[in-house]
Design a protein around this ligand. Sequence first.
Ligand SMILES: [Zn+2]
Length: 111
Amino acid sequence: MKNKYELHIRTIALQHDVKVVQVNRRYLDVRGSCAFMDHDTGARYIVVPNIRTLQDYTAALHEIGHHATGWNSERSTRERRAWAWARYNAIYPLDKRLERNARASHRRFDK
Ligand SMILES: [Zn+2]
């Protein structure tokens, strides 16, 4: 049976026409998850660790937020918007530590 976190991610992904690909964490790189669009078909995807915990939920909601808030701005703005969207749309309070860590790692990647 799907857990409450996965259920909400599935629901909100459907609403935003985003396909959710869940993989074992070991196959993901250091950032842990990503969002991308297939430019041939226009299909929107997120690739995330299997959604089990609040951390997984937080990461997946953030990635859907990238699709929901668009790609036409610079990296730091896109990240800020995706987090704002995730906080607004969360039905379970997000993992603040994960968000802080992600912000810190994005700052490193941006340099
Ligand atoms: Zn992001």
